[in-house]
Design a protein around this ligand. Structure first.
Ligand code: FAD
Ligand code: FES
Length: 358
């Protein structure tokens, strides 16, 4: 996991309220898994705003891309919609996420992708990168209308090439289904169950990847569970982190204050010029206090967002000592083996802890 500064390769307006940003990575290429996401930082109205966006490109593409759909009243999505062309430099962290396509699984099992709206983004990355030979992936994708359906034309090209089976639902009241691959109206439990049956998904051992609005994901999960699909075969990604149940980070207070060494960069104005310094501070972390809380109490600037171990914004590298991470919904085993921790969920366990902020 790293920080990147990329320029723009191109901006593509996908629909009337969604766009894709293709990045030119220059000397800083990234390696990610299909389904993972990055965190993007922008200063909007003098405030730092950080949001997560899934890669819509596949790892092998020369120009990684993300695809953003405007959210009503949303800060970042609407800012990007109106300013993307004017932004010269993109500040990015990543890659993050445990929601990714396992190629070994895709080789042997039916892969079923269940999407709604901008939830197609990580699933499109999975589709393009899938090396499955034996079973064609199945996509079930809900939107308001064909005009509002992101990547519709590209998906239909994959269908025409025999690389994908796709079924769409369109909820706009004036939409009437002219093709057996279309459902008019919202999916119901019954319609979805019979659709999965008709499409001959090998239900019991297929792997299901779900991404879209919370209500739709809940519907997809309940249909799959009622069809007997095991929870281990159902993989979900929620885009609205406010919808993710927050499990409080509960850790017993042993009453011992731990000293933690923190390495970080700070900046200050001197003679009207901004200077950046490398700093090291020894901070005290009281029992039951997370590293994030302790650092913020010591005025060390650490960005954070969800505070429930989901977004990855507060990542840092543990270079020494032992910490206990309570919740982790985003770091892979490889990230953890490399010493990466989520500060909002991490508690020092001994006096030797040393943390380096990226
Ligand atoms: C792992 C992950 C991957 C993501 N990938 C993508 C992606 O590929 N494409 C994409 O367009 N978005 C994606 N998102 C959502 C994205 O991070 C932002 O939440 C979204 O762009 C809205 O941000 P905003 O600043 O415009 O809205 P905010 O100002 O943060 O929110 C405004 C209002 O909208 C609600 N809201 C926030 N997000 C959503 C949402 N997604 N759907 C409905 N209501 C919402 C909030 O509760 C709030 O009431 C992803 C989120 C996560 C956690
Ligand atoms: S603030 Fe989101 S993981 Fe820590």
């Amino acid at each position: 996991m790293k920080k990147y500064r990329w320029t723009t390769h191109k901006i593509v307006r996908e629909t009337a309220d969604s766009l894709s940003i293709y990045f030119d990575t220059g000397e800083q290429p990234i390696s990610f898994l299909p389904g993972q996401y990055l965190n993007l930082r922008c200063v909007i109205d003098e405030t730092l705003v950080i949001r997560s966006y899934s890669f819509s490109s596949q790892p092998a593409d020369a120009f990684p891309s993300i695809t953003i759909k405007c959210v009503a009243g949303g800060k970042m999505s609407n800012y990007l919609w109106s300013h993307a062309e004017q932004i010269d430099l993109w500040e990015i962290d990543g890659p993050f996420g445990t929601f990714y396509l396992d190629q070994a699984v895709a080789q042997k099992r039916q892969v079923v992708l269940l999407a709604g709206g901008s939830g197609i983004s990580p699933l499109y990355s999975m589709l393009k990168s899938s090396t499955a030979q034996s079973v064609v992936p199945l996509l079930i994708y809900a939107n308001k209308s064909p005009e509002e359906t992101i990547f519709l034309e590209a998906l239909e090209n994959l269908v025409a090439a025999g690389k994908l089976a796709a079924h769409y639902a369109f909820s706009a009241p004036d939409f009437s289904a002219v093709d057996s691959r279309y459902t008019a109206g919202r999916f119901s439990k019954t319609a979805l169950s019979s659709l999965l049956d008709q499409q001959q998904a090998h239900l019991s051992d297929a792997h299901y990847y779900l991404c879209g609005p919370v209500g739709l994901i809940d519907l997809y999960v309940s249909v799959l569970r009622s069809l007997g699909v095991s929870p281990e075969n159902i993989h979900t990604e929620f885009f609205d982190s406010t919808a993710i149940p927050k499990t409080p980070a509960v850790i017993s207070d042993d009453g011992i204050v731990k000293d933690v060494l923190v390495h970080y960069m700070d900046d200050t104005y001197f003679n009207d010029e901004l200077h950046t310094y490398q700093c090291t501070s020894l901070i005290e972390v009281s029992g039951g206090q997370s590293l994030l809380e302790a650092m913020q109490n010591h005025n060390i600037k650490v960005p954070s967002s969800c505070k429930n171990g989901t977004c990855g914004v507060c990542w840092a590298v543990k270079t020494d000592g032992e910490v206990h991470m309570v919740n982790n919904h985003t770091l892979t085993e490889r990230d953890i083996a490399e010493g990466i921790v989520l500060l909002c969920q991490s508690y020092p366990m001994n006096q030797e802890v040393s943390i380096s902020l990226g």
